[in-house]
Design a binder for this molecule. Structure first.
Ligand code: GTP
Ligand code: MG
Length: 443
C-alpha cells in the first residue's frame, strides 16, 4: 500500500503520504491549568515593542534625561504597570480569538490517544519525555498481555502447539492470568498516586516480565502461536502485539528506555477525559481526549459546547472484530451507530467534522491474510481488496449523515506513523480554521 498525498474535501477522502517535507509550525504543549499557558505562546504581532518600551521607564536613566523624584518615579512605574497590564490583556484577547476547541471522539482502541501522542511529539515542547519512564512498565505489560492473549487464542481456535516442549511455557503464561488482571493499565491507574501500590509497582511488573522472557520468546517462535496470530481475529489481541513480541530482547535490557515508537505502540486504556493545549500555526488548540468504552461515553456530553472541530476515529481494521463489551456486536457496526449519534448531534451542526478511518496498516494485513469483508458485511459483493473494501466501509459512515449538506472530511490514517500524521494535522488545522472563518461570516 502506498498512500498518495491529496487534499481532503467535503464528503471525500484522502490519505496523506509519509515523508513530506518539514512544516514551519511553532509549537507548545501546555499542561492543564498551567498559569503560563498564554505567556508561553509566541508573542502576537505588534505587542512586543511596546512591552520593552514600557519596561525602560524603571531601568537606569541616561544622564541626559531630567532626574525624577520618588513620587514621579512611582507615577511613571504605575503608568508602566498599567500599560503592561493592558498589553497582557490585549495579548490574551488576541490569543483567545485565535483559539479552537477540538474533541477526539470514537470507540475504544480506535487510536484517539495515539493521535494525541503524535500531537505531543509534533507540537509539544517536551515531546513524550515527561511520560517516557512510566511507559517502561506499560511496554512490559503489553508484551505479557499479548503472549497471554495468543495462548488463550490457541485454545479458542483449537490450534496445537508446534513443539510439545513449549507446553510448559504455555502453562506458565496461563498461570499469570489472575496476576495480570490486577495490572490492568488505565490512564487513571497510570497517573493517580492513590491507586494501591501493587498496581503501580513498576519493579514488580518488570521482574514478572523478566521471569517470563524465556516463555514469551519460545512461544512467539512456535508455529502454532504464529498460526493463531495470523487467523485469530477475535482473540482480543492488541494491534501492537507483533511489535512488542518481536522486540522482547530489546525491551528486556536492564537500561531499556522506551523510544517514541514504543510509546506510540503502547496501549493504555483512557478512563478520564483529559485536556491538552497545543499551539499549531499560531492557533491555540484546546484538545480533549476521551475514553471510548461504552460505559465512559456518558462523560463526553459536558464537553460538547462551543466545539470548533471533531476528529471522529474509526478503526478500519475492526470490520472483523466483535465489541469487547458485547461479543455478539460487530465492532465496526457499533462504531457506525456511534458515528450516527455524534455526526447528527444538534450541537455539532456547524462544527468541522473530520473522520479518521484509522489502522489502514492492520486493515491491509487482515485482507492479505484472507479475512473477508463479506463474512461480516453480507451486503458487500465487491472484491476483497484495499481500495474497494475501504471505500465500501467508508460509505457506511457517510450514509449516516441526516443533513446531506454536512461536510465530512475523511482521512485514511496510520496513527502510529509520525510522518503521515504530520501531514494530516496540517490538513485538519486548515479545515478547522476555514470552518471558523465561515461560521464567523469572514469567508
Ligand atoms: N498498527 C496500528 N496500531 C495503531 C494505530 N492507531 C493506534 N494503534 C494502536 O492501537 C492501540 C489503541 O490505541 P489508543 O490510542 O490507546 O486507543 P483509544 O482510542 O485511545 O482507546 P481508549 O482509550 O480505550 O478509548 C495502541 O496500541 C496503538 O498503538 C494504527 O494506525 N496502526
Ligand atoms: Mg485512549
Amino acid at each position: 500500500m502506498d498512500p498518495s498525498t491529496g487534499a481532503s474535501g467535503p464528503n471525500s477522502s484522502s490519505t496523506a503520504s509519509s515523508g513530506t517535507g518539514p512544516i514551519s509550525l511553532t509549537s507548545n504543549s501546555i499542561p492543564i491549568n498551567s498559569s503560563n499557558a498564554i505567556n508561553n505562546s509566541p508573542p502576537q504581532s505588534g505587542s512586543a515593542p511596546h512591552v520593552s518600551g514600557a519596561h525602560s521607564i524603571s531601568a537606569a536613566q541616561p544622564h541626559s534625561l531630567p532626574k525624577m523624584d520618588r513620587s514621579e518615579m512611582r507615577k511613571a512605574k504605575a503608568v508602566s504597570d498599567a500599560i503592561d497590564k493592558a498589553l497582557r490583556a490585549d495579548k490574551e484577547r488576541l490569543q483567545k480569538e485565535r483559539s479552537a476547541k477540538l474533541l477526539i471522539l470514537g470507540p475504544s482502541e480506535t487510536g484517539k490517544t495515539t493521535v494525541l501522542k503524535q500531537l505531543k511529539l509534533l507540537y509539544g515542547r517536551k515531546g513524550l519525555d515527561v511520560e517516557r519512564q512510566t511507559y517502561r512498565r506499560v511496554v512490559h505489560l503489553n508484551a505479557m498481555k499479548a503472549i497471554q492473549a495468543l495462548s488463550y487464542g490457541l485454545q479458542k481456535c483449537n490450534i496445537p502447539l508446534e513443539k510439545s516442549e513449549n507446553i510448559v511455557h504455555l502453562e506458565t503464561v496461563m498461570r499469570l492470568e489472575t496476576t495480570l488482571k490486577r495490572y490492568s493499565i488505565t490512564s487513571i491507574g497510570f497517573t493517580n498516586p492513590a491507586i494501591p501500590r501493587k498496581i503501580t509497582d513498576a519493579k514488580a511488573e518488570t521482574d514478572m516480565f523478566l521471569d517470563m522472557v524465556p516463555a514469551i520468546k519460545a512461544l512467539w517462535a512456535d508455529d502454532g502461536i504464529q498460526e493463531c496470530y495470523r487467523v485469530g481475529s477475535n482473540i482480543n489481541l492488541q494491534d501492537s502485539a507483533q511489535y512488542f513480541l518481536d522486540s522482547v530482547d530489546r525491551i528486556a535490557e536492564p537500561d531499556y528506555v522506551p523510544t517514541d515508537d514504543d510509546i506510540l505502540q503502547a496501549r493504555v486504556r483512557t478512563l478520564a477525559v483529559s485536556e491538552h493545549y497545543f499551539n499549531i500555526d499560531s492557533v491555540l488548540y484546546k484538545i480533549y481526549d476521551v475514553g471510548g468504552q461504552k460505559s465512559l461515553r456518558k462523560y463526553w456530553a459536558p464537553y460538547f459546547d462551543d466545539v470548533d472541530g471533531i476528529i471522529f476515529m474509526a478503526a478500519l481494521s475492526s470490520f472483523d472484530q466483535c465489541c469487547e463489551e458485547d461479543e455478539r456486536m460487530n465492532r465496526m457496526k457499533e462504531c457506525v451507530v456511534l458515528f450516527n449519534s455524534v455526526a447528527n448531534h444538534k450541537l455539532f451542526a456547524d462544527t468541522a467534522f473530520i473522520l479518521f478511518m484509522n489502522k489502514i496498516d492492520v486493515f491491509q494485513r487482515k485482507l492479505d491474510s484472507g479475512s473477508l469483508v463479506k463474512t461480516h458485511f453480507s451486503e458487500y459483493d465487491g472484491p476483497n481488496d484495499y481500495a474497494t473494501a475501504s471505500a465500501f466501509l467508508h460509505s457506511r459512515f457517510l450514509q449516516q449523515c441526516k443533513d446531506t449538506a454536512k461536510q465530512i472530511y475523511t482521512h485514511f490514517t496510520h496513527a502510529t506513523d509520525t510522518n503521515q500524521m504530520r501531514v494530516i494535522v496540517v490538513a485538519v488545522n486548515s479545515i478547522v480554521q476555514r470552518m471558523n472563518l465561515r461560521s464567523s461570516g469572514l469567508l
